[in-house]
Design a protein. Sequence first.
Length: 53
Amino acid sequence: MIQPYVISCLEEGQTEQAREALKYADKRISRERGSILDLEFSKLEMLLQREKI
């Protein structure tokens, strides 16, 4: 649900907006460590880390 938005922001160069969206979702969506949802969040976090470089 958040993935398409974050990826779209990154494609448009809106890194800070993508970062804020992921933070917002992380605060409101509970996830179990190691779950599919947790892994998807981790992938998005890695994408955002790459944008910092």
